[in-house]
Design a protein around this ligand. Structure first.
Ligand code: SAH
Length: 499
């Protein structure tokens, strides 16, 4: 069977700007040939056995020859592989995708093109600049600023560009900007025309500088702007003042550390990133489910005998349901039990498995659950408490005092996740460090060598705060609602109060 090569655009850098089609193809590819300017984690969804090859520039500056890349694409495609050729932005905008398509066409290898969001449109958009506007620009030109200063004759037609009636978007060549701007002015482009340069557009740490065409190169130099950057020349650039939305997001410029286990961190990290925060994930713990054997299996098999089933964490809720499935049961086997959940996250995890918790205490601590169960008869009844191996004894003890026959089952262990050097150094710049449980505080403090002085500690609730204080931390912010939403709101309120 012949293979196929997909020439795929990965967008300008923000992973959220990758197309659905690109993610689908990455997930199915046998081989992926990729460049330097693809979004971070763009390959995260690739098959574990996929052949991943970097064909971009090497640190020394040497890159694989275009003809070698073409030959490799033809070779893999002819060998029956599903190949993704992944490029930053759009493959047909200064991406040499055209040449690759020609090589494939000539060799008779089937190919498809998947457009991407191009940096020349996206970087200005993230800087608050529309490349066209009814009043200011009814045309836009994409131009390469990559000029070889050694060559006396220029690849660019400066006279034509100077008289172009609309926005000029220059890819590459921030290093030649002074020369390009000068030549444009010489050829009649107004020296006071608005211009802007956007560095690392759509990525964390995006920077933009604005100025007139005459002064933009000096500004860029003063600010130390480096590639990748897009230069935009045109009246629309002045709209940035009015439309710069990125910088106005409430957590813009703040670095927030998420210490939660990786499997659960993404919801919190996403919420914070959507508010403009630079998020550093330093998972301090990892959840290790215990196999459905021994006491876990026994509890699942006897589940109908429990009158009350208590879940203390979202992990516990999910793993109890998995254990039920493993022994051929499902939500229906909980029909006669009172199901109690600590925390709205735990209740939500249950709901995901078709179980509505009967009791969810207002405060997400074991003491409150004991309170909330006040009117549920437990004497001489079997009660299951399903949770992590390391946990407090408040709940089982209180239930036993009331005459319940309590089985405590450990569904998972919480184990330490070491910090990498990169994570350690990223921590230095933290404005906020978030803790969503006592175990994350404990494990995080065990892995990190203290916290940076300027960092503010945000805790999800009183139990987590108490653990933090025991370990000598000052808790600056404590959530009123003990879930991710509550934590994000509390952090946001603190950031706003301090801005
Ligand atoms: N095919 C790509 C462009 C490749 S040429 C696209 O459609 O976007 C590489 C140039 O693109 C860089 O030198 C820079 O000018 C621009 N570029 C790519 N990613 C960028 C980003 N995130 N921010 C600003 N410019 C970017």
């Amino acid at each position: 069977m012949p293979g196929i090569v997909y020439l795929v655009g990965a967008g300008p850098g923000d992973p959220g700007l990758m197309t659905r089609r690109s993610l689908e193809l990455i997930a199915r590819a046998d081989a992926i040939l990729y460049d330097r300017l693809i979004p971070p984690a763009a390959l995260a969804g690739a098959r574990p056995d996929a052949d991943l090859r970097y064909v971009g520039k090497r640190p020394g500056g040497h890159s694989m020859d275009q003809s070698e890349i073409n030959a490799l694409l033809v070779e893999l495609g002819s060998a029956g592989k599903r190949v993704v050729r992944l490029k930053g932005g759009d493959p047909f905008v200064f991406g040499r995708g055209g040449e690759e398509a020609q090589a494939l066409a000539e060799a008779g290898v089937p190919f498809e093109v998947v457009p991407g969001v191009t940096a020349g449109v996206a970087a200005p958009a993230y800087a608050g600049i529309p490349v066209t506007h009814r009043d200011d620009a009814s045309a836009v030109a994409f131009v390469t600023g990559h000029e070889n200063p050694q060559k006396p004759e220029s690849a660019l037609d400066y006279a034509a560009l100077a008289s172009f009636p609309g926005t000029l978007v220059l890819y590459m060549g921030v290093r030649n900007l002074a020369r390009v701007a000068e030549r444009l002015i010489e050829h009649g482009r107004p020296a006071d025309e608005p211009a802007a340069v956007v560095e690392r557009g759509t990525l964390g740490g995006q920077r933009a500088v604005a100025g007139t065409l005459a002064e933009i190169a000096r500004r860029v130099e003063d600010e130390g702007i480096r590639p990748p950057a897009i230069t935009l020349i045109g009246r629309v650039a002045r709209l940035r003042e009015e439309l710069a939305w990125l910088e106005r997001r409430p957590l813009h410029g703040r670095t927030v550390v998420v210490t939660r286990a990786r499997a659960q961190a993404s919801g919190l990290a996403k919420r914070l990133a959507d508010l403009g925060a630079h998020v550093i994930e330093t998972p301090a713990i990892r959840i290790e489910p215990r196999p459905v054997a021994g006491e876990v299996r026994a509890a699942a098999e006897a589940i109908e005998e429990y009158r009350v089933v208590c879940l203390t964490s979202p992990n516990g809720a999910a793993l109890l349901m998995e254990a039920l499935y493993a022994v051929g049961k499902d939500a229906r086997s909980l029909a006669n039990a009172t199901v109690a959940a600590i925390g709205p996250g735990t209740a939500a995890a249950l709901r995901g498995h078709g179980v509505r918790a009967d009791v969810v205490p207002e405060r997400s601590v074991a003491e409150s659950l004991v309170d909330a169960l006040r009117d549920v008869p437990v004497e001489r009844r079997r009660v299951l408490v399903a949770r992590a191996s390391q946990a407090r004894d408040v709940l089982p003890r209180a239930l036993r005092e009331r005459g319940a026959e309590v089985d405590v089952v450990a569904l998972y262990d919480t184990v330490a996740e070491p910090l990498s050097d990169a994570q350690r150094s990223a921590l230095e710049s933290a404005d906020y460090i978030t803790f969503t449980s006592s175990s994350t505080v404990r494990f995080f403090m065990g892995a990190a060598d203290g916290l940076p002085d300027a960092a503010r500690v945000v805790s999800i609730g009183p139990v987590t705060s108490a653990t933090a204080r025991e370990l000598g931390l000052t808790v600056h912010v404590e959530a009123e609602r003990h879930d991710v939403d509550g934590l994000v709101s509390a952090l946001l309120a603190d950031a706003e109060a301090r801005s």
